[in-house]
Design a protein around this ligand. Structure first.
Ligand code: NAP
Length: 458
């Protein structure tokens, strides 16, 4: 009789696809479950940590300290990192099933949502995701060009990603040079001519999605004044009801900071950070390149907590040299896994992947690719724990894989000339980045290409 999964004789074998926060937060409860578990965590890059490395802003170093927690998880018995392996290309999902009893997809949300307006693809119109990945040294984005020679930058959307992009544009090189920002980005920002940074929200000051700590930082920048028109802070009875609701304490905090900006006189700093509300872009225009933005004034409709923006037909124009659309991330599909194209997620019931109707045995998901792109790093912990709890409930129903052996996977990948980066290998790359950074007063100088990372291991 075959041994039960999760025993010394036959450990439960799990592949986790994606080494960002949700991947590590899934690995931890598995390895601490009391069962004998082997977790192989895959990432298409040689470096782990996903959005913590390539999404969190370089000047928010404290958030990145969570990698110390992830490192401890990676050191637990039963954990292996298989970096530089692209699941779907180097090995198919179908191929992985041979080696694992279950697969957890934690591949995040790699791309961006579209605005769906004319001119969206004009030269000079970018997504925030590209800019963020570029200044964070993501290998896929290092050669992107952002023309910062004009004076006016516009950012569409009022989430924390939009705020990150604005802050990077508002800060001086002095304020950024001791962070782990990619050197190519620091060099480009040093030459930036941007003087006005406009943040455009389709709803009002009470509904903005950014958080207080993030918006407050604009009051303390060396070279930039935050500007809010006091008229924009006049709120309707419905929005006032939202502000009065104790559940919306975070919105009230934002609102008070915005009031403080509206009440202060700009001190004549060289850059202006202007926050706009109740405006939606309806067209981007220009001859061969973005030159202006056409906006429609909005009004809010709906009950407290459910207000949406509705166009009023009143249009305005704004000159614009460069624009970043920051209206949310979006997950991408992996061949062999059901995908909800409209939502950009793997359809699931509490983490069990479904084909839209029925559960797909052995497939699980966690993080942004499970629930959509919301929440901070820590939000992924309970989310991944929920998924792992469902998986552990299913252990006795899982179909044991045919070849429960990581060595066999490594041999297969070696035959395909895939250079698999282990966690020990990554630690060598990590140490080398830190050493490079020390020479220039940065916490690390990232390698921005896969070849550079691999060359450390030669
Ligand atoms: P987000 O918080 O969902 O914000 C998206 C923004 O885009 C909202 O202002 C939304 O407006 C707007 N938007 C969506 N569709 C639009 C359209 N068609 N036209 C105009 N505006 C549109 O997303 P995010 O900024 O990408 O952030 C993702 C998650 O990461 C969030 O949970 C965020 O807090 C987190 N994050 C945290 C930090 C940090 O803690 N420092 C940093 C970065 C990101 P509506 O509100 O009207 O929908």
């Amino acid at each position: 009789m075959p041994s039960k999964l999760g025993t010394e004789e036959r450990p439960l074998r799990i592949a986790i696809i994606g080494s960002g926060p949700s991947g590590f937060y899934a690995a931890h409860p598995l390895l601490k479950s009391g069962l004998k578990v082997k977790v192989d965590m895959y990432d298409r890059l040689p470096a782990p940590y996903g959005l913590v490395r390539y999404g969190v802003a370089p000047d928010h170093a404290k958030i990145k300290n969570v990698t110390n927690v992830f490192k401890k998880i990676a050191e637990l018995p039963g954990f292996s990192f298989l970096g530089n392996v692209n699941v779907g290309k180097d090995i198919s999902v179908e191929g992985l099933k041979r080696f694992y009893d279950a697969i957890i997809f934690t591949s995040g949300a790699e791309t961006d949502r579209k605005l769906g307006i004319p001119g969206e693809d004009l030269k000079g119109s970018h997504t925030a995701t590209e800019f963020v990945a570029w200044y964070n040294g993501h290998p896929d984005y290092r050669s992107r060009q952002f023309d910062l020679s004009g004076q006016v930058a516009v950012i569409i959307g009022q989430g924390n990603v939009a705020i990150d992009v604005c802050r990077i544009l508002c800060k001086t090189v002095e304020e950024l040079k001791n962070t782990d920002i990619a050197q190519h980005a620091l060099d480009a920002l040093a030459k930036s001519n941007i003087k006005e940074i406009h943040l455009i929200g389709r709803r009002g000051p009470v509904q903005a999605k950014f958080t207080a700590a993030e918006i407050r930082e604009f009051g303390e920048l060396t070279d930039c004044d935050p500007i809010v028109d006091p008229k924009d802070l006049e709120v309707s009875d419905v929005s006032q009801a939202e502000l009065d609701n104790p559940k919306n304490a975070a919105n009230l905090k934002n609102y008070k900071i915005l009031q403080s900006y509206a009440n202060r006189q700009p001190s004549g700093k060289p850059k202006k950070f202007v926050i706009h509300f109740l405006e939606s872009p309806v067209e981007l225009a220009g001859k061969g390149k973005l030159q202006k933005l056409i906006l429609e004034k909005n009004k809010l409709v709906g009950e407290p907590g459910k207000q949406t923006a509705q166009g009023t037909g009143i249009k305005t124009e704004m000159n614009c040299d460069i624009l970043f659309r920051s209206v949310g991330y979006r997950g991408i599909s992996i061949e062999g896994v059901p995908f909800h194209d409209k939502w950009g997620v793997f359809p699931n019931k509490d983490g069990r992947v479904t084909d839209g109707e029925h559960v797909v045995p052995g497939f699980y998901t966690a993080g942004w690719i499970k629930r959509g792109p919301s929440g901070v790093v820590g939000t992924n912990k309970p989310d991944s724990e929920e998924t792992v709890a469902r998986l552990l409930e299913d252990v006795n129903q899982l179909t044991p894989c045919k070849q429960p052996d990581t060595k066999a996977v490594l041999e297969l990948l070696a035959k395909k000339s895939v250079w698999v980066v282990s966690f020990d290998d990554w630690q060598k790359i990590d140490a080398s980045e830190i050493a490079r950074g020390q020479k220039v007063g940065k916490p690390r100088e990232k390698y921005t290409s896969v070849d550079e990372m691999l060359s450390v291991l030669k």
